[in-house]
Design a protein around this ligand. Sequence first.
Ligand code: BG6
Length: 485
Amino acid sequence: MRQPAGKLLLFGATGDLAQRMLLPSLYGLHADGLLPDGLTITGTARSDKDDAGYREFARAALDEFLIADRKDERAISGFLDRLFYQPLNASKTEGFAALKTKMGDISGGLAIFLSTAPWLFGPTIKGLESAGLTAANVRIGLEKPLGFDLDSSREINGIVAAAFPEERTFRIDHYLGKETVQNILALRFGNSLFEPVWNAQGIDHVQITISETVGLEGRAEYYDDVGALRDMLQNHMLQLLALIAMEPPARFDGTAIRDEKVKVLRSLRPIADADVASLTVTGQYGEGASQGEIVAGYDAELGKASDTETFVAIKAHVDNWRWHGVPFYLRTGKRMAERRSEIVIQFKPVPHSIFAGRGGKLQANTLVIRLQPEEYVRLLVMAKQPGLDREGIRLSEVPLNLSLEHEFAGARRRIAYERLLLDLIEGDPTLFVRRDEVEAQWEWIDSIRRGWEAAAMAPKPYASGSWGPTASVGLTERDGVTWNE
Ligand code: BG6
């Protein structure tokens, strides 16, 4: 079913994600003429609104969250004309008949986007089924959290699978919608340069960092039950790791790419209880200075004591031939020194330095893939400093710099959800996460959580505005590795 849907139905249409991301993204697609002609967007949530009320709500969201140069009054009013609204208590089946009536004729295909609390998945799917909104021309996009461990994720996936076969189920990991993340595929498989050294013979280790400066952002209720491991590592970071570590897929399509990713995820070495203390570090931010402001610690922000981790660092291994003995250091945290998502590939040193006898010092090559806030690929290489070398050969590490912002200066920077919503509407599953991937991700994450519980590991404090607990430095320094900061 690769036909664009004629209608879009948004659950959670008044939520935070809808305001910040979904409505601005749909507007962006509309403004550029990328939405199918006549596509209607029906929002549904508990609040009692009518179509006009939802259009007002959407206008306010665009006012607040759309970047200034995207605001165009004609395009906005054209976009608002596409919007409709049906109030619904999704926990009760009764309301779905009215929703079905509101949706009208769906013979042109329907795409549903579900962004609701996990406990509402079951009742929502039941309600959709009862109203006949799960037919073969309906596909569904699912926003996280899709469970909090393997069992609960299986349960949710099972409920969804009873109504929507896998090829009509689109699990969202918004990192896959980011242009720079897709660029990992272009870099690895569009160039012949890297692949021969992209393995244990050529690479010493890999670092993946997603650091944020924000704290709880009013999401205390959600975050405190989840923590950094489930919120960021289970999904976004493992997807990045899979893209870096996977074998070359035969084609750019959903089956080939996801087949390769899942092999990596299944090759992650489980972390045994006895090893959690040496292979993982957890932290929780205390007060400190973030972006020039004094900010409260996690407990104070939350209003109670908590042992939820807001930082996690892990030394991981992918147990296969390609990556034998290559550590993948992963870390993510809130209230850290900088907002930064990046992947660092540290290559091995040359086998023998011809410069040693002449005083020249070499550093091994490093490839930095910066995903945000800047977008660049930087390869650090050795070069000779100009000079007559009477006192020895001086070598320096210099960057070969590919700034994607600069190279593609004219191209529009899109929100990750623009790409994902369009793919959902058009039915392209390539950038969505398949069930076997999610389950492999949870399996590995669960082994870590079990270890933490067995070891009664409590998060170590770190000051807001720092790079996390000092123990995370120890995690890499023990191996003679320094985090790229
Ligand atoms: C979300 C997490 O999935 O990703 C948030 O729930 C986090 O806690 C966000 O802030 C980070 O996304 P981005 O695109 O800002 O890096």
